[in-house]
Design a protein. Structure first.
Length: 357
């Protein structure tokens, strides 16, 4: 009897242990699924910033719509400084802070970088390098410019996400841009065009001494950001508030206004270091602008001015000959009309006395 009770007791213990194991597994599975769901939800909230991921179709279309320079026989690299506070460049600067889902150009770049959708490269004063060794991470950029951020680890899983409050994004301080352009002529396709190569935001910073300086933040290839800004509408006029253009149109159509500060040269020096006075710098900038326009005009066959003048003279001579021949033709005299007999003179009458006295 005792042995039977012990067997029964052991059997009950085994059943209880099995039930506890099954319950623990089910609870663990539910916790795991819940954790995955929470992670997916946080990742969705992370990506829900108005900048969707590029689909495969969008990536293919972006490759097809890239501005291919081909094999140019002539190319001139130009670096411009674009002041965003000017009225012509204001569509890229305003609104300074996000308003009703509308962001300016730098804020859009900032969110793209925070979501690791684009690669940016370290800013160097001597030249631009787009090698993998010069890639700048988002956290390094935040530290370099003293931007406040919060470190978030979703449920202790996955990589750390750095969140920045919208009020801490330095969109107001970034009031200038460096724009690298390539003016090129493709002889095979007879194309003379301008391509935007890269963009560098410039931030106005105040040092501890109180001195204000302009500091480049990073370089970004324009082809990397074009898929995200090609459908971002902007308002370009104070009179017509319809958003007829996009940020991509603003760059590809060269609707911005910027001063030339450097061209690629053998000494790799900016214009300001090649001349002594501001007047000489301004004259050099105007000379380069005229040079670019003159090169474009020289590509196409212009009519010979001597031939044009000669044809005008021949036309004028032929018209004068026709006029002289018309004038020298004899005129037929009209037959003389007989003179009319003289009219009879009216007889004088006595003056009439007025009735007004």
């Amino acid at each position: 009897m005792f042995r039977y009770n012990m067997k029964r007791f052991y059997f009950i213990l085994i059943l209880i242990g099995l039930s506890l194991c099954i319950q623990a597994q089910n609870t663990g599975a539910r916790v795991s699924r819940g954790g995955d769901r929470n992670v997916r939800q946080q990742e969705a909230e992370k990506d829900n910033t108005g900048l969707p991921e590029l689909s495969v179709r969008a990536q293919v279309m972006n490759e097809q719509q890239k501005q291919d320079m081909g094999n140019p026989r002539w190319i001139r690299n130009i670096l411009r400084e674009v002041d965003l506070t000017k009225e012509k460049n204001a569509p890229l600067y305003f609104p300074v802070k996000e308003m009703n889902g509308v962001r300016n150009f730098f804020t859009s770049l900032f969110y793209l970088l925070s979501e690791d959708k684009i690669k940016v490269y370290k800013y160097r004063e001597d030249d631009e390098s787009f090698d993998d060794d010069n890639i700048l991470s988002f956290i390094d950029m935040l530290i370099n410019f003293d931007i406040m951020y919060d470190s978030i680890v979703p449920n202790g899983l996955g990589p750390i996400h750095f969140a920045v409050n919208a009020s801490d994004i330095p969109s107001r301080e970034v009031n200038k841009l460096f724009v690298k352009e390539a003016w090129y002529f493709d002889q095979n396709n007879s194309v003379y065009d301008v391509k935007t190569l890269a963009i560098c935001p410039l931030a106005q910073m105040t040092l501890s001494s109180g001195e204000e300086v302009i500091q480049g933040m990073f370089w970004v290839k324009y082809d990397d950001i074009r898929p995200y800004i090609k459908n971002t509408p902007i308002m370009t006029s104070n009179i017509n508030n319809a958003k007829l253009y996009t940020m991509d149109d603003f760059f590809r159509r060269r609707m911005y206004d910027g001063d030339i500060i450097q061209t690629d040269n053998l000494m790799n020096l900016p214009i300001a270091m090649l001349f002594d006075t501001d007047e000489e710098v301004l004259a050099e900038q105007e000379r380069i602008e005229i040079e670019l326009k003159s090169f474009r005009d020289s590509l196409w066959l212009q009519p010979d001015t001597a031939t044009v003048v000669l044809s005008k003279k021949e036309t004028r001579k032929s018209s004068s000959v026709r006029g002289s021949s018309t004038a020298s033709a004899p005129k037929e005299k009209a037959p003389k009309q007989p003179k009319a007999p003289p009219a009879a003179q009216a007889t004088k009458t006595a003056p009439t006395r007025s009735i007004r006295r």
